[in-house]
Design a protein around this ligand. Structure first.
Ligand code: C5P
Length: 222
């Protein structure tokens, strides 16, 4: 059986990581959450008091930063310079600043090289915003996952409540829309469907249906 690269892109909270993890598990592929990498450098920049508009300073910081994704039994953990930041990088302060960090060319170029190295090891499912368009332009399968902003905010809200986090639906809707806008409007590798990507609108689909749809496309390619 052929080992392929699977790129999964789309707007915030469209279910990319949930679907990507399940597909990777079914295939025994590695799963790479590129959003976690951008979140990690954002967290470090905030902690270090770096001006998030200063792309050069962010690039210098990233150059001396180690970001490691570790696959554990209960999901993936993210280590920043050896410290587990899995929970910290999901907090609002990071979520609401990550798009401002991710727009800098200095940051994107460094991240792209890291991600290409991680993907060179064989069967891989990588999720993000620019995987099919920029990081893995030759991926055998490209998926573009989307869903209405209302539905995405609702899913994230339910997730938050399950975890016992405070959550406000209207606020979430605004934050998700703002992040999408920044990700689509940036100059360097913006969020955009690759020409050869298969679009899946998950608004009225269950996660199982999304995984089945992706797996159907995988089967045609391996
Ligand atoms: O996927 P997640 O929501 O964790 O991504 C957080 C942010 O990281 C995105 O909103 C985007 O600004 C940035 N990102 C990116 N390119 C990627 C993955 C994430 O610019 N490949």
């Amino acid at each position: 059986e052929k080992q392929i690269q699977i790129a999964i892109d789309g707007p915030a909270a469209a279910g990319k990581s949930t679907a990507a993890k399940l597909v990777a598990a079914r295939l025994s592929y590695i799963y790479i959450d590129t959003g976690a990498m951008y979140r990690s450098i954002t967290y470090k920049a905030i902690q270090s008091g770096i001006n998030l508009e200063d792309g050069e300073a962010l690039g210098r910081l990233l150059a001396k930063t180690d970001i490691t994704l570790k696959q554990g039994e209960d999901g993936q953990s993210v280590f920043l310079d050896g410290v587990d930041v899995t929970d910290e990088i999901r907090k609002d302060e990071v979520t609401n600043n990550v798009s401002a960090v991710a727009l800098h060319g200095e940051v994107r170029r460094d991240m792209t090289i890291r991600q290409q190295q991680l993907a060179s090891k064989g069967g891989v499912v990588m999720d993000g915003r620019d995987i099919g368009t920029s990081v893995l332009p030759n991926a055998e399968l490209k998926i573009f996952l989307l869903a209405g902003v209302e539905e995405r905010a609702k899913r994230r809200h339910q997730e938050n409540m399950k975890k016992g986090f405070s959550s406000d639906l209207e606020n979430l809707k605004r934050e998700i829309a703002a992040r999408d806008r920044m990700d689509m409007e940036r100059l360097e590798s913006p969020l955009k469907k690759a020409k050869d990507a298969i679009e899946i609108d998950t608004t009225f689909m269950t996660i199982e249906q999304v995984v089945e749809e992706i797996m159907k496309n995988v089967q045609e390619r391996i």
